[in-house]
Design a protein around this ligand. Sequence first.
Ligand code: MN3
Length: 243
Amino acid sequence: MNKRDFLKLNALAVGGIILNPLPSWAMFAKNENNEFTLPPLNYDFNALEPAIDTLTMQIHHGKHHAGYVNNLNKAVKGTEFENKSIEQILANVTPTQTALRNNAGGHYNHTLFWKTLSPQGNDTISKPLAKALRKAFGTQLLDPLKEAMTEAGKKLFGSGWIWLMVGENKKLKITTTPNQDNPLMTNIVEEKGTPIFGIDVWEHAYYLKYQNKRAEYLTEIWKVVNWQEVSMQYEMATQKKKK
Ligand code: MN3
């Protein structure tokens, strides 16, 4: 993305409110040593209570996500991927490059996840996202979408993610992936696209509070989803596709 695109994105109005989006190259910016870094949260560890408890947030961000970042840096060192962006890595990683696959996915997925959550949640959606929802699901109401994603999460066996993504012809779609895979891994996943929101259904995301009750976690999480940010991710995903 060039500077003009960045300024244009900054000027995007979502739901009548000017947001300050963090474009993907900034979300996944490397440091001066060409290393990926753990992006700080936009809120405190306890800010998503009671939907997501403080200790889960501390471990999830500070240990799990940090681990993916460290192991991603190790995995790219001395390889053709060393100077690549996270998007380039995801687009090129192959099924057998296990460390790269798991840790690039882990870093990307969690960065998007934290970004689309917020303390009180926010059910405001932008006009373009509302239009896309109507086109894909026949309604712009969020409740049926939330139910469909919750159902998809209940059906997903083991660890993985539930995605709302922009797929072919810019159409919105709900998909799931195992482990840390995501729809940007074009050599790996069947349903390719750009994720605009994902829900982590690994046990580490909910077990301390919800134990085996994944369905309950999937009911509560909607209280902290920021649809204004999901709207922004939609704008970014569809702008990217125009190029
Ligand atoms: Mn996780």
